[in-house]
Design a protein around this ligand. Structure first.
Ligand code: PHB
Length: 249
């Protein structure tokens, strides 16, 4: 038991097991899970076995473990993310067919931008976003929208730092970031050239439900593209998503 944390509940342990999976680490052995979850091997094996039996984890022929479809099924059931995605998707498709780059939908989740959907054109430029992946709120265009309209306690927590530089042009100075957020609220959109990657410009607008900003709709354009046309299309898509969200209540 040398590597176990004392006093943690069974729920804590299960959560630690599930959290060892990431975007870049989707398959692991039970032994690797034990190490990363800081659990004794026998405990990890037992929890993994129980979760496999329940369908929350799956085991392949080589004994490697991945997150189970049942987890996905349960997570989506009645989720606000699914309702948002459902309302936004037809309008994202319209944006996508007109702009032919990348179109994305993100929500604020634990002080980060969590991406619910992404549509891409085969010839579109670079994009580091993944569905169910996260980007820092101060660096991505979607994140900047979500942060600009977030509860002040969230905004202050993020502004207190650390504000990591994702690219050379990420705004990492709290005073400059605060001013940027004020200007985003005044204008109702953001264009963030080079903030995540020097080769692209993220353009994002807010999506509201019952008066609150609940999501950001964005496109990722090549760095030197004029964002004006994309902005008009994005604003229409946000308005139409808001209308359909009302109908889905
Ligand atoms: C952005 O949202 O600003 C963004 C996201 C992904 C990229 C580039 C920009 O690859």
């Amino acid at each position: 038991m040398a590597n176990s944390r004392s006093g943690d509940s069974m729920t804590d342990r299960i959560v630690r097991v599930l959290e060892t999976f990431s975007d870049d680490r989707t398959m692991q052995t039970a032994t690797e899970i034990a190490g990363r979850a800081e659990l004794p091997l026998s405990t990890a094996h037992r929890i993994v076995g129980d979760l496999v039996a329940a369908g929350l984890l799956e085991r392949d022929e080589d004994g490697r473990i991945r997150l189970g479809m049942r987890l996905w099924e349960l997570a989506l059931r009645g989720s606000s993310a699914l309702r948002l995605r459902q309302a936004a998707l037809p309008h994202m498709e319209r944006v996508q067919s007109q702009i032919r780059e990348h179109t994305q939908l993100a929500v604020l989740e634990h002080d980060e931008a969590l991406f619910l959907e992404r549509l891409s054109h085969p010839d579109a430029g670079a994009n580091i976003t993944r569905i169910a992946g996260r980007l820092p709120v101060h660096a991505s265009s979607s994140g900047l929208i979500l942060l600009a309209y977030a509860d002040p306690t969230v905004r202050e927590r993020v502004l207190a730092g650390p504000l990591r530089a994702v690219s050379r042009e990420t705004v990492t100075d709290a005073v400059a970031l605060r001013a940027l957020l004020t200007s985003i609220r005044r204008r109702g959109y953001v264009a963030a050239p080079g903030s995540i990657e020097s080769v692209s410009t993220g353009v994002a607008v807010p999506v509201r439900d019952r008066g609150e900003v609940v999501a950001a709709l964005s496109v990722v354009l090549p760095r030197d593209a004029d964002p004006t046309a994309a902005l008009d299309v994005l604003r229409d898509a946000a308005r139409n998503t808001e209308r359909d969200l009302r109908a889905l209540r």
